[in-house]
Ligand binder design. Structure first.
Ligand code: PNS
Length: 171
C-alpha cells in the first residue's frame, strides 16, 4: 500500500484535564507516535465541580499543546455528552486512555467495555505514562497546591502559574 492511499489513523484522548499534568503530556506524546492525528478532548465534566472552568481547561490544554514537538498532529476540542458519540463524530479509530496502576484498571476496563458497546468501531488503547509520572494525577496536584505545596515540575509552567492565580483569586 502506498503512503498516499493509507487511511489516516485518528484517536481521541479524552479527560477532564483539571488541570493538565506532565503525566497527560507524556501520554499525548506517546499517542502521537502511534496515530497520525490526535484529538485531545476536554470533557465539560460539570458534575465533578472542577477547579478550572471548561473554557479555562481548553485554553490551558491549547497553550500546553502549543509547546510540544508533536503539536502539528494535535487538535484540542471541548466536548459534552457521550464520549463514544463524540469519537464517532470525529471519525476516530481509537480512544486513548492512560493506565498508571492497578487501581486505575477497574474503572478504565468498565469504561472501555461500555464505549465498545456504544461504538463498536472504536478501540480503546491504554498507554502508560513515563515512570516519573505514574503516581501523578490532577486531583493530587490540586490537593498539594491547595495546601500550599510545590507543584512545579509536576505540571507545565503555564499550568502552575494558572493554579497559583486561581488559588489567589479564590482567597
Ligand atoms: O480525566 P477523567 O475525569 O478521568 O476523564 C473521564 C472522562 C471525561 C473520559 C469520562 O468521564 C467520559 O468519557 N465522560 C463523558 C461521558 C461518557 O461518555 N460517559 C460514559 C463513559 S463509559
Amino acid at each position: 500500500m502506498t503512503n498516499s492511499s493509507r487511511v489516516t489513523r485518528r484517536a481521541v484522548y479524552p479527560g477532564s484535564f483539571d488541570p493538565v499534568t506532565n503525566g497527560h503530556t507524556s501520554l499525548i506524546e506517546r499517542a502521537c507516535g502511534l496515530v497520525d492525528e490526535l484529538i485531545v478532548a476536554v470533557a465539560r465534566s460539570d458534575s465533578k465541580t472542577p477547579m478550572f472552568s471548561f473554557e479555562e481547561r481548553i485554553d490551558l490544554m491549547e497553550r500546553t499543546v502549543s509547546t510540544l514537538d508533536v503539536k502539528d498532529q494535535i487538535k484540542v476540542v471541548g466536548f459534552d455528552g457521550l464520549l463514544a458519540k463524540f469519537a464517532i463524530e470525529q471519525k476516530a479509530n481509537a480512544i486513548i486512555r492512560g493506565l498508571r496502576a492497578v487501581s486505575d484498571f477497574e474503572y478504565e476496563f468498565q469504561m472501555a467495555l461500555m464505549n465498545r458497546k456504544l461504538a463498536r468501531e472504536v478501540e480503546t488503547v491504554f498507554l502508560m505514562p513515563a515512570l516519573s509520572w505514574v503516581y501523578l494525577s490532577s486531583s493530587i496536584v490540586r490537593d498539594v497546591a491547595t495546601h500550599g505545596g510545590d507543584i512545579s515540575g509536576l505540571v507545565p509552567p503555564q499550568v502552575a502559574a494558572a493554579i497559583k492565580q486561581k488559588l489567589q483569586s479564590n482567597k
